[in-house]
Ligand binder design. Sequence first.
Ligand code: DLL
Length: 436
Amino acid sequence: MIWNENKECMSRDEMSALQGKRLHKIVNYVYHNVPFYRRKLQEMDITPNGIQTIEDISQLPFTTKQDLRDNYPFNMQAAPAEEIVRIHASTGTTGNPTIVGYTRKDIEIWSECMTRCLTAYGVTRKDIFSVAYGYGLFTGGLGAHYGVENLGASVVPTSTGNTEKHVRLIRDLGITGIACTPSYALYLAETMDKMGINRDQIKLRIGAFGAEPWTENMRNEIENRLGLKAFNLYGLSEIMGPCVSYECEMQNGSHINEDHFYPEIIDPNTMEKLPNGQLGELVFTTLTKEGMPLLRYRTKDLSSLLDGECECGRTNVRMGRIMGRSDDMLIIRGINIFPSQVESVILSMKEFAPRYLLVVDRVNNLDTLLVQVELRQEYFTNDFDRLAPLEAIQKKLADKLKSVLSISAKIQLKAPGTIERSQGKSQFVVDKRKLN
Ligand code: DLL
C-alpha cells in the first residue's frame, strides 16, 4: 500500500519542478522572516528571485547546528509566535539545546509524512500500535503518535519506562506494531525472556525502529526474538522528527519524503556535492516548513543517495543506512573507526549479545580501544576450571576486529545483563580522551 501516490510516485521531472517551486518560495520566506538568513543571503549577493530551480540550491549557504545554538532560542524561527502550536527541543549534550517550533501546518505535514512511513511498513487501520519512543521534548513519541492516529490505527502511547507492564500490554491487548529505538526493542525481548513470555504468545508483526544507528545483524536479531518485520525510520528534530525517510517492503534503502525535505550528500571537508552512490554527509533543506525552515542543514549523518528505481513503485529517492556521524567517527591512532563496524563484528559471532561499549582512552600518548561486550547466557561461566573456551572466544573477537579495523583492541568479556541498559538512545562509546 502507498499512502499518497500523488507525492510518492511522481516522475523525476514533476518532482524536480515541484521542488524548484517550493525552494524559491522558502528562500523568499526566510529572506523576509529570518534576519540570520537575510544577512547570509545578502552577504552572498543572493536574492530570492535568483533561486528558481532546484539546481539553484547549490548557490545557497549551509546551516549548522552551531548556527541554531547561536540563535537560541527563537531567532531561527520564521513564523510569528501566535502561529506556533508546538515546541520540541533536542537533547543537547553540550551547549544550548536546539529549539524547534512547529505551526499547525507543520504538524499536519509531519503527521502525513509519518503516515506514509507506517503505510510503507504495512500498518493498517486494524493494527494496534505501541509508540515506545519517549514522549516529551524528544520528537520520537509525539511524532510517531500523530502518524498512527492520522492513519487510523489504534495508538497505545506506552512511551518508555516500566518495560514489564509494556510486555504485558503487548501480550494482553494483542499489540501488532511497535515504534521504539532498536536497542529498546532488544531490551523488550530480554524482558520477555525474564518474564517467561515467548514470541508465540504475542502478536507483534511490524516494528518502526530508528533514532540511533543500527545494523542488518541487529535487524535479524530483533526480528527473530520478537517475531516481527523490522523497518528503518529516520529523522531528526531540526528538520521535523521521525518521518524524513522510511523503508518500504523492499528494504533496500529508505525513501526520503523529498517533496518536503530535499536531500544532498556533500563531502564534509570540501562541502562539495557528491554524486549518488558515494558516502558523505547528508544535508537537508526543508521545502515547506513554516515554523523553523532550514536551508542546507548539515546533519553530520553519513549516508549516500541510491540510484535506480525501487520495485515498490515509489519514485522518491532512497538513502542508505546511516553509517555513523561525521562527528562521532572515532579516530584511533590515526585510523577512522565507526562504532557500527565494531558492532557488525560482534553481532557476527553467536557467542555475544548485541550489547557493547567502546571505551577509548589515551595512555602514554597512545590511543587505546577497549571493547566491553556481553556474552550470551549459554556461553557464560563463572567456573575457573572452564575459562579456556572464554579465552578462545576473546581471542577470536580480537582477531576479527583487528582484521576489520586495522588496529588492536583490548576485549573485556562481560556477564549477561551487566552493560547498562538505556530506554532511549543508547550510548555505545565513551571517549575518555575528550574528558581530559
Ligand atoms: O532521533 C528523531 C527520530 C525519532 C527518528 C524516532 C526516528 C525515530 P534527534 O533526537 O534530533 O531526532 O536525533 C537525530 O539521530 O541525526 C541520526 O544521527 C540519528 N538517527 C535518527 N534516526 C536514525 C536511523 C530523532 N534510523 C539523529 N538510523 C540523526 C540511524 C538515526 N541514525
